[in-house]
Design a protein around this ligand. Structure first.
Ligand code: FPP
Length: 250
């Protein structure tokens, strides 16, 4: 690739030692630490989520300009309903507003939007905003941006099993591929890299089927402080690892 055809993010990546030919195709992110970020500043938790939204806009752009093909983010987990009512309502509203406000820019930037999760359980206006985004951008050929909303990895597997049974598949015919083909977005490749912010070393029920061979990268930075440099550090660390997929690598 000639220098002139590189985006500023790619130029920075190359300077850091990233090989643009070996990028992770799919990056998944657990955006943790919004609440702690806000608390440290004496702010309400929702302001942390709002700042997290700003961060996400930047990271989507950076990931796209770097050449990442799929970015999946955990916006609201199936477990997040246990939070205080006002925080749940605020998060729902924030995701809805974001989905509406960002749609035009995402479409212009050739972003294809997908969703993952039990959308039948979220407020109808949010469901509509998300599905409008999916419909409007379905023909786009740039980065695929998947919003996991009311998402749980175990719930996804349960839903897959239900649909296999409903299709009348015989137990003896079920393979790993059968289950993979019934996940929410079966055409999306498994994540190569899972990033988690705010230091926690957990999977938190995110993409648990798809992450069997995924590299995990944890940074201490809370999500509102995650930026282009952090993303590039995660990719560089990923490239320094040896992925073995259970085999022996000399
Ligand atoms: C975890 O931080 C974050 C969430 C539960 C929500 C993530 C949502 C956003 C980044 C808002 C914007 C999203 C979209 C799609 C517009 P936490 O509250 O668990 O942080 P804590 O562990 O410090 O309390």
């Amino acid at each position: 690739m000639s220098v002139s055809s590189q985006t500023p993010t790619q130029e920075k990546a190359v300077q850091l030692g990233i090989d643009l030919e070996q990028l992770p195709s799919h990056v998944a992110v657990i955006m943790d630490g919004n609440g702690r970020w806000a608390k440290k500043r004496g702010l309400q938790r929702l302001l942390g989520h709002r700042e997290g939204y700003r961060t996400l806009r930047g990271v989507l752009l950076n990931a796209s300009e770097l050449g990442i093909k799929f970015l999946t983010v955990y916006a609201f987990s199936a477990e997040n309903w246990r939070r205080p009512e006002d925080e749940v309502a605020g998060l729902m509203k924030l995701i809805e507003t974001a989905a509406k406000d960002e749609l035009r820019a995402m479409h212009r930037n050739n972003v294809r939007v997908q969703v993952a999760g039990r959308l039948d359980e979220v407020p109808p206006s949010l469901r509509k905003a998300l599905l409008d985004g999916v419909e409007t951008t379905k023909g786009n050929t740039g980065i695929t941006f998947t919003l996991a909303v009311n998402y749980g990895g175990r719930a996804e597997i349960v839903d897959a099993v239900k649909s296999i049974i409903e299709a009348g598949t015989k137990a003896s015919e079920i393979t790993e591929e059968t289950i993979a083909s019934r996940l929410y977005n079966p055409l999306t490749p498994e994540p190569d890299l899972m990033v988690r912010t705010a230091g926690e070393m957990r999977w938190s029920n995110f993409l648990i089927w798809q992450s069997a061979n995924t590299e995990l990268y944890v940074t201490e930075k809370p999500w509102p402080e995650f930026d282009e440099t952090e993303l590039l550090n995660a990719v560089l660390t990923y490239q320094q690892r040896t992925r073995k997929f259970g085999a022996v690598v000399e």
